[in-house]
Design a protein around this ligand. Structure first.
Ligand code: PEP
Ligand code: CO
Length: 451
């Protein structure tokens, strides 16, 4: 790993999970086109996120990373982006208000298209066809023709990311996310639920606090910290050709940044130390994440820290634990200890989704809200035992009233799954389940804080 890094040095390493593009010429043309497009984010923004994450690593802030498992070319509208933003803002308010620390908000959005697969093919009846790899690669329809990778999709993903980001910037800087609108973020289907009413109480308290500050003579109206929020973007850096095409040299520092998103992460299936994904991300200046699943050893995690963050920059590396509810406490504790003993300033965050997925009797992929909560509980207990900071959560959600994850306060059941199952990949929390998760997570962490 001591060899020099360049944006293409990953070509000398084995790259897992890359689509079998049928035509090299088409692929090259698409990537060349993207190379000529403007960056989606700027290096300075990535550095601001890294500064926020440094606060998380130090135990002074909390990370909320949330959004789709896979964004869709079909479900793409101002409405769906706004609904997702609403639920993320609500969760952030609940976490911030209950825990009393800043919440760094990162969406799985504006570029979260490519999916790693456990198997490169799937059986449809008697036919074995290529797996769906996300709308950036192929079409989910269950035919061999639909599953052929199409390079034009890379260009379409870029454009959809740009429009999504544009709208996010408008919503977050243009008044929609202002704290004095905290009541307006609740959707109808949420407001009537117990967690919705609980949220209304928090919102009313915040409104009162703002009135109080205003009465004290503070300029609440023009305070940017109250009127605007920063929502950063992130996705799994899976398709290395696409990521390279958006990797640019920063004119201020001379460093290389992957300008497809503020934060990029390495998935559970592509985190081999000598693999192309680790090679690529070790050289970009963005804050990066790495999933850490149940097979990860203490040696693995230490080597990943050394390669991905040799300079030990706080906020540079986020380790995203996704162990499964059964094992999280036992498996995570030795990793926490090893990383802390080595003095690596990482952010530890909990993905309670990907270790708890199973197929329901009707064939739908799902997750139970109780397992999701149990994984967060185990994560928090492990940190409590090792005296480290449970720095955040990483969840898949939508603002819509879908029925993809089981359980929660309104007890979504097996037989409800077909009702509104809309995800193009993994099951997501609906708006109510997401809000309930935020309340319960904040309570768990508060209860675990030393007095
Ligand atoms: C994901 O985050 O959607 C994902 C595929 O996760 P993992 O790499 O942890 O399986
Ligand atoms: Co997923």
């Amino acid at each position: 790993m001591a060899t020099a890094w360049t944006p293409t040095s990953w070509h000398n390493h084995p790259a897992g999970q890359q689509p079998a593009w049928p035509d090299d010429g088409d692929l090259e043309r698409a990537l060349k086109q993207i190379e000529g497009f403007p960056p989606l984010v700027f290096a300075g923004e990535a550095r601001s996120l890294q500064a926020g994450l440094a606060q998380v690593a130090a135990g002074n802030a909390f990370l909320l990373q949330a959004g789709d498992c896979a964004e869709s070319f079909e479900d793409f509208s101002a409405n769906s982006i706004r609904e997702k933003l609403r639920v993320i803002l609500q969760m952030a308010v609940v976490l911030m208000y209950s825990m009393g620390v800043p919440v760094v908000k990162v969406g799985r959005i504006a570029g979260q298209f490519a999916k790693p697969r456990s198997s490169p093919t799937e059986m449809i009846g008697d036919d074995e066809i290529p797996a769906f790899r996300g709308h950036i690669v192929n079409d989910p329809a269950p035919t061999a023709a639909a599953r052929i990778p199409t390079a034009d999709r890379l260009v379409q993903a870029y454009h959809q990311s740009a429009s999504t980001l544009n709208l996010l910037r408008a919503f977050t800087k243009g008044g929609f996310a202002s704290l004095d609108r905290v009541h307006a973020w609740t959707q109808e289907f949420v407001s009537s639920s117990p967690e919705g009413r609980r949220y209304e109480q928090v919102a009313t308290d915040i409104e009162r606090a703002l009135q109080f500050m205003s009465a004290c003579g503070m300029d609440v109206e023009s305070n940017a910290g109250l009127r605007e929020v920063d929502i950063y973007t992130s996705h799994e850096a899976l398709l290395l050709g696409y990521e390279t095409a958006l990797t640019r040299q920063d004119s201020t520092t001379g460093g290389w940044y992957d300008c497809s998103a503020h934060m990029l992460w390495i998935g559970e299936r592509t985190r081999e130390l000598d693999g192309a994904h680790v090679e690529f991300l070790r050289g970009v200046g963005n804050p990066i994440g790495c999933k850490v699943g149940p097979s990860t050893t203490a040696t693995d995690v230490l080597q990943l820290c050394d390669v991905l963050n040799p300079a030990r920059i706080p906020g540079r590396l986020t380790l995203i634990s996704r162990m499964g509810a059964e094992h999280v406490e036992a498996r995570l504790r030795p990793l926490l200890r090893t990383v802390a003993d080595a003095g690596h300033p990482v952010v530890w965050t909990c993905d309670p989704m990907h270790g708890n997925t199973y197929t329901a009797p009707n064939g739908r992929k799902t997750r139970h809200f109780d397992s999701i909560m149990r994984e967060i509980e185990g994560f928090v207990s492990a940190h409590r035992a090792e005296n480290t900071w449970p720095g955040g959560i990483h969840v898949e959600l939508t603002g819509e009233n879908v029925t993809e994850c089981l359980g929660g306060a309104d007890a979504v059941s097996d037989s409800d799954l077909d009702h509104r199952y809309e995800t193009v990949c993994d099951p997501r929390l609906n708006g109510r389940q997401a809000l309930e998760l935020a309340f319960r997570t904040a309570e768990l962490i508060r209860a675990n804080q030393p007095i």
